[in-house]
Design a protein around this ligand. Structure first.
Ligand SMILES: [Zn+2]
Ligand SMILES: [Zn+2]
Length: 234
């Protein structure tokens, strides 16, 4: 009996370890081979929202962080409104928290930015998404495309590695805007506790390189859409 109980504990410990390992790596996007994997073929740019009648209680705030940028914010807001069936507005540019900068890495710590956004705006039923030109990192990785507070109220994305110029290619405004919208939708999805999806076409699929971002659609798959609808009821 004792042995059986011991085996059960061991089994549970292994399962827990596997789950926590998966969760720890889930919400950051990192890939050193990104430069080699630069965009080749775009996915068709279609907005087919799977969200129907469900309406979240929260509204979305878009906050440029550190500097204004050439993102078409109005277009982005309108896409997010449609996708999440939630009000979305653009707020004033917020300052980059000074302590987010790491001079050795010449990058900004995304968790510090998220915490600062959360303190300033992540209340009164808001989900705030910071959008910054600057390159982001978390200590575990060389860089991140974005980070979200899972089931929380703040997220941030970096525009730097969404630009074709970063990969040595010519500027492409349309492609850049598509990438921004997908990354924004992905991180906001996490704030409603939608986790990574195995469906490579789903906006919640994890992109370890920019090619993954280009392959996915700007849309939840049916499964994630159901998860979103369930989560907004809570
Ligand atoms: Zn993610
Ligand atoms: Zn999905």
């Amino acid at each position: 009996m004792k042995t059986l109980r011991g085996l059960c504990f061991l089994f549970l410990a292994i399962v827990r370890f596997l789950i926590s390992r998966d969760e720890n790596s889930q919400y950051f996007h990192d890939d050193e081979s990104d430069r080699e994997n630069a965009f080749t073929q775009p996915a068709p740019y279609k907005i087919i929202s799977n969200i129907t009648a469900a309406k979240p209680k929260e509204s979305i705030l878009l906050a440029p962080v550190g500097a204004q940028s050439d993102v078409r914010f109005e277009e982005l807001a309108s896409t997010l409104r449609e996708m999440f069936n939630a009000p979305c507005k653009i707020i004033e540019t917020v300052e980059m928290p000074r302590k987010a900068y790491n001079p050795e890495r010449m990058q900004y710590h995304s968790t510090i930015i998220i915490n600062s956004l959360k303190d300033a705006y992540g209340h009164n039923g808001h989900k705030v998404l910071g959008i910054t030109e600057y390159d982001l990192y978390v200590p575990e990785f060389t860089f991140v495309f974005g980070q979200a507070d899972l089931n929380g109220s703040a997220a941030v994305i970096s525009l730097r590695r969404l630009r074709q110029e970063f990969y040595g290619n010519e500027n492409d405004d349309i492609l850049f805007q598509k990438r921004v919208e997908k990354e924004a939708a992905h991180e906001l999805g996490h704030t409603w506790n939608v986790r990574h999806c195995k469906n490579k076409k789903c906006v919640m699929s994890f992109s370890s390189a920019i090619i993954g971002t280009d392959k996915k659609d700007l849309n939840f798959c049916k499964k994630c859409s159901k998860i979103f609808e369930r989560n907004i009821q809570n």
